[in-house]
Design a protein around this ligand. Sequence first.
Ligand code: SF4
Ligand code: SF4
Length: 212
Amino acid sequence: MKNKKDAASKNIIKKISLNNKDSGEEKIRIKKDLPLKEILKRAPPCMCEACNNGCKFGSGALVVNEQLKLNDLKNIAKHLKISEEDLKKNYLEEIERFNTKIFRPKLLRKRNAEGKELPFGRCIFYDDKNGCKIHEVKPVECKISMGCKEYSEQLSQWFMLNFFVNSKDPESIRQFNAYLKAGGKTLADGKLSDIIPDKKLLAKILDYEILS
Ligand code: SF4
Ligand code: SF4
C-alpha cells in the first residue's frame, strides 16, 4: 500500500481535507459489500502532488477478477503495448497479504549503507515531471487511494477486505485475526464475525482444526 507519511504531503492533504470539510462534504461510511462501481464514484480520477508523493514510496495492487470483469493486468499491458508476460516480468512484483498473492508495480528500492535493500521505493510507473505514467489504467488500489478524503482510510480497508482477506481460505482468516489482534483496523461491517458468521466454523479455523 502506498505510503503517505511524508510531512509535506500530509500538509497538502490536510489543507485539501479542510477545504472538503468547509465545502460541506458529507460524512461517508464505506461498507464492505459496496460494489467497486460505487466505490469509484467516491474516488474520482485526480492527480496532485499530495497523492503523487505516495508513489515515491509504494504502489497499489492490481485486480484481476473475472466475476467483476476487472483485469488491471490486461488493461495496463494494452496501454503499454506489451504482452501480459512482459508486463509481469519487467514492471510488476508479487506481494502477499493475508495469504493472498497480488501483483503491484515494481518498487525501485534503494540500498542502505550496509547494502541492504530498503522495503519501500518509488513506483516504476512514477515520473517526477508528469506523475503516474499509466494514470488512465492505473491499478484499482491506486484509483481508490484518495489522500485528501476523510474516508480514505475506509477505502483502503474496503480494498483489503475485498481483495486480500479471503473468506474461503482458513489461513487468510487466521492472518486477518492476527492483524486485528495486533490493533489493525477494519470497516464497521468487516469484523471477523461478519466474514465468517458461523461461530463454530470460525472457532475451528482459528484452532487450526481446518487447515485449508
Ligand atoms: S501505478 Fe501510478 S498511481 Fe499507482 S503507485 Fe504507480 S505511479 Fe502511483
Ligand atoms: S485524492 Fe489525492 S490526488 Fe486527488 S485531490 Fe485528493 S490529494 Fe490530490
